[in-house]
Design a protein around this ligand. Structure first.
Ligand code: PMV
Length: 349
């Protein structure tokens, strides 16, 4: 019957790395070969909303993504489910879980919806797995450190568990217990920072990040330089720019454990294997270069797809968006849109 039905709905935002995670040293535990640093965006704009339901009457675990049923047996999805249930069970047997976690033997149905293109290199898996793990934890009444569990779903998801400026420390242990994210600064640290997402293609990317990373580890000439560095002089988003200089300056005290070269490694390979040869992206790069040469107001980066991410400050936003509209009039590309995203705290709700 439905009298045992439990429902939990949560949302989680995407995060965009300034120092990228790109390459795993352990595929099963999702342990990275370098630490990374990101900003979590305000979830009013790009977010995942996930509802989890559990009831005695459910026969099996099932998942729907954007309204379409997906394979529940994906290994990383299974890792997350298993780990959350293990933690919840452990907590219950230690006596402080109470009735809250009693739905543990029941199956779950998971419905997850993104309000932005999925798998188009816009950190949908980061928001998705952070949200899933958080929703399941709420369902089971589990209060635990969730970054490590989210990491099992998608590496970058461990950073979406926190708001503001977040670093994921690569850790040293083989069991991954020290490979977790932590907030280094609240979003109030830099209230003028704005992140613009330029969606030039909402298509699913051709090469998933796992395969891309493997190619990268095998082929990127830059990876061999990837040694732990002291604070990078400039975070490795393309080129120099006052925003990034400022980022580095503000970061210097707190991001000391971060490791440089991430984005460059990503770029050296994913340009070849992914979809970033689109002329719209080239134009974006030209545009940003142009702007940067002129007055150094913006910087850009890419994740694993063609959509550019721009970092700038509130005071430059309007002018830059005007410039964008001039170069990318909406009629030339139906998909393209621009969003100004303030960085805000509360990552999960
Ligand atoms: O979390 P994954 O496996 O989707 O990898 C994402 C990696 C990048 O987004 C390209 C970089 C990063 O640090 O977020």
């Amino acid at each position: 019957g439905t009298q045992n039905l439990k429902l939990v709905t949560c949302t989680a935002p995407v995060n965009i790395a300034v120092i990228k995670y790109w390459g795993k040293r352990d595929e099963d535990l999702v342990l990275p070969i370098n630490s990374s640093l990101s900003v979590t965006l305000h979830q009013d704009q790009l977010k995942t909303t996930t509802t989890v339901a559990s009831s005695r009457s459910l026969k099996e675990d099932r998942i729907w993504l954007n309204g379409k049923e997906e394979n529940i047996n994906l290994p990383r999805l299974q890792s997350c489910l298993r780990e959350i249930r293990r933690l919840a069970r452990k907590r219950r047997s230690s006596g402080d879980g109470g009735a809250e976690s009693s739905g543990l033997a029941h199956k779950v149905h998971i419905c997850s919806v993104n309000n932005f293109p999925t798998a188009a290199g816009l950190a949908s898996s980061a928001a998705g797995y952070a949200c899933l793990v958080y929703a399941l934890a709420r369902l089971y009444g589990l209060e635990a450190e969730l970054s490590e569990v989210a990491r099992l779903g998608s590496g970058s998801a461990c950073r979406s568990v926190y708001g503001g400026f977040v670093q994921w420390l690569m850790g040293e242990r083989e069991d991954g217990k020290d490979s977790v994210a932590e907030q280094v600064e609240a979003e109030s640290h830099w209230p003028e920072l704005r992140v613009l997402i330029l969606v030039v293609s909402a298509e699913r990317k051709l090469v998933g990040s796992t395969a891309g990373m493997q190619t990268s580890v095998e082929t990127s000439p830059l990876l061999k330089f990837k040694k732990p560095l002291v604070v990078p002089a400039h975070p490795p988003v393309e080129g120099h720019c006052v925003v990034l200089d400022e980022f580095a300056r503000r970061a210097a005290n707190t991001f000391g454990k971060a490791i440089a070269l991430g984005s460059s490694c990503l770029l050296t390979t994913h340009y070849n294997i992914s979809v970033t040869n689109e002329c719209s992206v080239k134009t974006t790069i030209s545009l940003v270069n142009l702007n940067r040469n002129a007055n150094n107001k913006v910087a850009y980066t890419f994740d694993a797809g063609p959509n550019a991410v721009i970092y700038t400050l509130q005071q430059h936003l309007e002018q830059f968006v005007e410039l964008l509209k001039h170069f990318f009039p909406p009629e030339t590309n139906g998909e393209q849109f621009v969003k100004g995203l303030p960085v805000r705290p509360a990552s999960l709700s």
